[in-house]
Design a protein. Structure first.
Lengths: 114, 112
């Protein structure tokens, strides 16, 4: 069965520092992978997605992610974190390419220290 | 343009009451999804519509949960005889094609 694991439940970084959020997936075929961000009381906003092609994907707000098939990973990175990046981050995989049904990880809470 | 909207944004129900949660998808979006997000967890799939047809309801946790989309646009998620474990944020998403889902702000349901 498909699954997504985000090993870090909570991460704290200083403003201006670099960030990497980990995501591992289990999926039999070529996965469609996503990163979403959720601010308190808000819905999910898509940061970036990978379907095929270049394994380094650029997203909004300066985020990028790299698909590594050999490691079954899709880690999210940002070179310099801003205080406004504090939020919950979810990695997801499409479990059915016909429908777009998503399986989400349990999320990583990012706290940014001034 | 307008995004996915959900109403109400917050709902408090007493245990045993029935509730109805509404989702207005983006106009023209064929696909519509409902997800349940418990506190501190990632969203979990409940059900999927393609137009008015409910093609996948494998995630509905019990027969107290019922969803409909009669005209292929607005959808309603109904929960009968609410229980405390139903407390969660209910997210709706719509898309024109797979992999391009847009999420609404969610309805936070609290069952007391």
């Amino acid at each position: 069965a498909q699954s997504v694991t985000q090993p870090d439940i909570h991460i704290t970084v200083s403003e201006g520092a670099s960030l990497e959020l980990r995501c591992n997936y289990s999926y039999g075929a070529t996965p469609y992978l996503f990163w979403y961000v959720q601010s308190p009381g808000q819905g999910l906003q898509l940061l970036l997605k990978y379907f095929s092609g270049d394994t380094l994907v650029q997203g909004i707000k300066g985020f990028e992610a790299e698909f590594k098939r050999s490691q079954s990973s899709f880690n999210l990175r940002k070179p310099s974190v801003h205080w406004s990046d504090a939020a919950e981050y979810f990695c997801a995989v499409v479990s059915s390419s016909n429908t777009g049904k998503l399986i989400f990880g349990q999320g990583t809470t990012l706290q940014v220290k001034p | 343009g307008a995004g996915v909207s959900q109403s109400p944004r917050y709902k408090v129900a007493k245990r045993g009451q029935d509730v109805a949660l509404r989702c207005d998808p983006i106009s023209g979006h064929v696909s519509l999804f409902w997800y349940q997000q418990a506190l501190g967890q990632g969203p979990e799939f409940l059900t999927y519509f393609q137009n008015e047809a409910q093609l996948d309801k494998s995630g509905l946790p019990s027969d107290r949960f019922f969803a409909e989309r009669p005209e292929g646009s607005v959808s309603t998620l109904k929960i009968q005889r609410t229980q405390q474990e139903d407390s969660a944020v209910y997210l709706c998403a719509s898309s024109r094609r797979s992999g391009h889902e847009y999420f609404g702000p969610g309805t936070r349901l609290t069952v007391t």
